[in-house]
Design a protein around this ligand. Structure first.
Ligand SMILES: NC(=O)c1ccc[n+]([C@@H]2O[C@H](COP(=O)([O-])OP(=O)(O)OC[C@H]3O[C@@H](n4cnc5c(N)ncnc54)[C@H](O)[C@@H]3O)[C@@H](O)[C@H]2O)c1
Length: 266
């Protein structure tokens, strides 16, 4: 067991995985626990959160599960109230929940637009809204919001307009919080994962790659300049660093975890 975030209390939303394997939220939660944090594993699917808890327990870490849907304002309040009730502080808020529904403006219904905005962006506004007063009282805290490469780049073969707009909103939301609360000891940073090999791909955007998972993964690997997609652990280690005091002078950043994908001209 390490001590990079020892004694800190962390909330991770979407701490399970949508399918078999390790997603970004799950990897981050495991790493926080491995480095000494007590982790509140929030998920609307409690079995998925329990699976993460099981892994953490086997490693000798400390965590507890909490069922909540982050698109519901009362659930967001209840996450924060319960964390305070049990541990009396919140050091890390890791907003991970996000969904992608492919489509451009014409293909996207109003209902899909609202859903993607609610799940990806409003959820982060809500959890942060309830967490900030406590962090302000503590005069410390680190907020990590999971955005996406789509916030700053468009992939012509997989247009996901509402997702891209919401993820760009996440970067702006993060920056606003970072500036407003910088002098109060609170930091907020966004992570922009590139193409990652996680269960989310098979569960939500497989159709954009012809519906075949092996082919989809091959295509995504080829698109990466390293020849391989990233892993959930890559996002998790970036989050761990940003959450820790090692990153005490990093605030308002939009950290790309994309293997350099955004740096090339094709
Ligand atoms: N995989 C990639 O290539 C990639 C790339 C860029 C960004 N991202 C971002 O990473 C994040 C996804 O990470 P993941 O791999 O952990 O995702 P995931 O799809 O595996 O979801 C993690 C958990 O979130 C839970 N969840 C979904 N909606 C919820 C809600 N409304 N309330 C509470 N829990 C909810 C699910 O039950 C699941 O257990 C998203 O924000 C996504 O946009 C992923």
């Amino acid at each position: 067991m390490g001590n990079r975030v020892k004694g800190k209390v962390a909330i991770v939303t979407g701490a399970g995985s949508i399918g078999p394997g390790i997603g970004n939220g799950k990897a981050s939660a495991i790493l926080y626990a491995r480095e000494g944090a007590i982790v509140m594993l929030v998920d609307r699917n409690i079995e998925a959160a329990e699976e993460t808890k099981h892994i953490i327990e086997e490693e000798g870490g400390n965590s507890f599960t909490f069922q909540a849907d982050v698109t519901i304002p009362n659930d967001c309040k209840s996450i924060v109230d319960n964390c305070i009730k049990f541990y009396n502080k919140i050091d890390i808020l890791h907003n991970n929940v996000g969904i992608e529904i492919p489509g451009g403006v014409v293909e996207t219904t109003e209902e899909i637009w609202d859903r993607v905005m609610n799940v990806n962006l409003k959820s982060m506004f809500l959890t942060t809204k309830y967490v900030l007063p406590y962090m302000q009282k503590q005069e410390s805290g680190s907020i990590i919001n999971i955005s996406s490469l789509n916030a700053i780049r468009t992939l012509p073969s997989c247009i996901s307009t509402p997702y891209a707009v919401a993820k760009a909103g996440v970067v702006a939301l993060t920056r606003e919080i970072a500036i407003q609360y910088a002098a109060k000891g609170i930091r907020a940073n966004a992570i922009l994962p590139g193409l990652m090999n996680t269960p989310l791909v098979a569960a939500t955007i497989l159709d954009s790659y012809g519906g075949n998972i092996e082919k989809a993964m091959e295509t995504r690997d080829t698109m990466c300049i390293t020849g391989k997609q990233g892993e959930a652990w890559d996002v998790g280690y970036a989050a761990l660093f940003l959450a820790s005091d090692e990153a005490k002078y990093i605030n308002g950043a939009a950290l790309l975890v994309d293997g350099g994908l955004t740096k090339i001209w094709r």
